[in-house]
Design a protein around this ligand. Structure first.
Ligand SMILES: [Zn+2]
Length: 201
């Protein structure tokens, strides 16, 4: 009898540990959204379409969806202002139970280059990036450029959180620029990123 209860208690502890580990791995209450560029830094720009504006608009749409799902949202900027990359990382690092999403749109010298790609810096970030990239390209018909290691991005390697950087399309590609200049497109980008975040929970 004594032996048996010891085993049962041992198993119970193991289960408790497992549950704790699993819930710890994915527990986050806060999403730090970082609309790339801003103020004097336009980011990519073609024919009057500025990346900084698209980033901020997409970020606000994402914020609205996440709040509706009960998540706490922090924005690194919510107006057209300049913020250094270190400042963005510093804001993110104030939170522990959080993930970090940086929103960008792309540009290339070759106007035929198009598509969506998502960057990450750590293994935990890779999982989140893969989920978001999959959901984005499943809904948006463009080239799937895949997930990539983005250790060169200060916002990724200076944040202690699970962090990803989404490049939602190329401003330099005429076909894609027309699309991402439309509110409907940025709404879809926001919705798919939100889904990727919510399943990661
Ligand atoms: Zn950018």
């Amino acid at each position: 009898m004594l032996e048996k209860s010891r085993i049962v208690r041992g198993r119970g502890l193991l289960w408790l540990l497992l549950v704790l580990l699993l819930t710890q791995a994915s527990a986050f209450r806060t999403v730090v959204i970082d609309p790339g560029h801003g103020g004097k830094d336009d980011g990519a720009k073609r024919y009057g379409v500025k990346e900084k504006d698209l980033n901020l608009d997409t970020a606000k749409r994402l914020e609205k969806i996440l709040k509706r799902h009960g998540l706490h949202v922090v924005m690194t900027r919510r107006s057209d202002r300049y913020l250094r990359l270190q400042e963005r990382a510093k804001i993110a690092n104030r939170y522990q139970d959080a993930i970090f999403i940086s929103i960008h749109y792309n540009a290339h010298r070759d106007a035929s280059v198009k598509g969506i790609e998502t960057f990450y810096a750590t293994l935990a970030g890779r999982k989140l990036a893969a989920g978001i990239q999959d959901l984005l390209t499943r809904r948006i018909g463009t080239r799937n450029r895949g997930i990539k290691v983005g250790k060169q991005y200060a916002v990724l390697n200076k944040t202690r959180l699970v962090s990803v950087l989404v490049e939602g399309g190329f401003i330099s590609n005429p076909w894609e620029r027309r699309r991402l200049n439309g509110a409907w497109y940025r709404q879809i980008v926001a919705e798919q990123i939100a889904k990727g975040i919510l399943i990661h929970r």
